[in-house]
Design a protein around this ligand. Structure first.
Ligand code: CP
Ligand code: NVA
Length: 297
């Protein structure tokens, strides 16, 4: 039984295999007659819709469940919620606050668990990011992705995904908003080397892709004002994009906070690939779930 809680659950070969299923013209009907539980403790536009559509494409039936309906560790333990869902569903996917929640789900080994975003990781996003860059660049090996901003869940999964694909990953974050020692250890343990720099200008210099995400992730809303101040100077604007490679593209997992972490001109400009990236969420989700079901067979 395999699970997808973070990108380093996969080997480089497995990562490649998921991307190739995602781009295959043939869609394996591995979920025919089966259900998939999609539990959300946090809001979502892209993840919910891309997962629902991917389940349908694989022949299955998605059931959307708001966190409060099942009350993880309040109405019922996460273990009992998972055991219940496994009575009806071939895959259980969850968007949670504490990463330990998806780890506890997976520890039961009843059905494959998919992390649809936790405070630590966003592996489905990173798969879509790789797909987007692969379609743009062809081979990923040797390319550079520069992340400007908070070293958050999206950044960690992207660092792992880029590293396992032979890409260089560079990151610039304000003091106190870089990767924790625990995250840095985890990235290093996966065999991934990253480059940490202080200035956004040094991160993007000559990069093939520049990546931004919100400065305030879900659950950190009380820190928004303090973060806005701390991240001054870390906005991705046209001046910063000019310092990247001449053909460099701009990526953002979305939702974007327009004219905070990135300007309208960049988001809506010729280098932006944000809508292709959003569309790739569905293909990535389909690849990931098809692979999990094939591993189970
Ligand atoms: N990028 C992403 O996960 O978007 P949602 O929060 O809308 O699902
Ligand atoms: N880092 C953001 C990503 C949203 C898709 C968050 O966790 O809110």
């Amino acid at each position: 039984m395999r699970h997808l809680l973070e990108i380093d659950d996969l080997t480089s070969d497995e990562l490649g295999r998921i991307l190739s299923i995602a781009t295959s013209v043939e869609t394996p009907r591995v979920l025919a007659g089966k259900g998939t539980a999609l539990i959300f403790e946090k809001p979502s536009a892209r993840t919910r819709n891309s997962m629902e559509m991917a389940v349908v494409q694989l022949g299955g039936h998605p059931v959307y469940i708001q966190g409060q309906e099942v009350g993880i560790d309040s109405r019922e333990s996460v273990e009992d919620v998972t055991r219940t869902m496994a009575c009806f569903h071939a895959i259980v996917a969850a968007r949670v606050f504490a990463h330990t929640v998806v780890e506890r789900m997976a520890a039961l080994d009843l059905v494959p668990i998919v992390n649809m975003l936790s405070d630590d990781a966003h592996p489905l996003q990173a798969l879509a990011d790789l797909l987007t860059m692969r379609r743009e660049f062809g081979e990923l090996e040797g390319r550079t992705v520069a992340y400007v901003g908070d070293a958050n869940n999206v950044a960690r999964s992207l660092a792992l995904a880029a590293g396992l694909s032979g890409m260089h990953f560079r990151i610039a974050s304000p003091v106190d908003y870089g990767f924790s020692d625990r995250d840095a250890d985890r990235i290093a343990t996966a065999g991934v080397e990253i480059e940490v720099v202080d200035r956004p200008e040094d991160a993007v210099a000559g990069a093939d892709a520049v990546y931004a995400d919100t400065w305030t992730s879900m659950g950190q809303e009380a820190e928004a004002e303090q973060r806005r101040r701390a991240f001054e100077g870390f906005q991705v604007d046209e001046r910063l994009m000019e310092l990247a490679g001449v053909d460099a593209i701009f990526l953002h997992c979305l939702p974007a906070h327009r004219n905070e972490e990135v300007t309208d001109a960049v988001l809506d400009g010729p280098r932006s690939r944000i809508w292709a990236q959003a569309a790739n969420r569905m293909h990535a989700a389909r690849g990931a779930m098809a692979w999990l079901m094939q591993e189970r067979a």
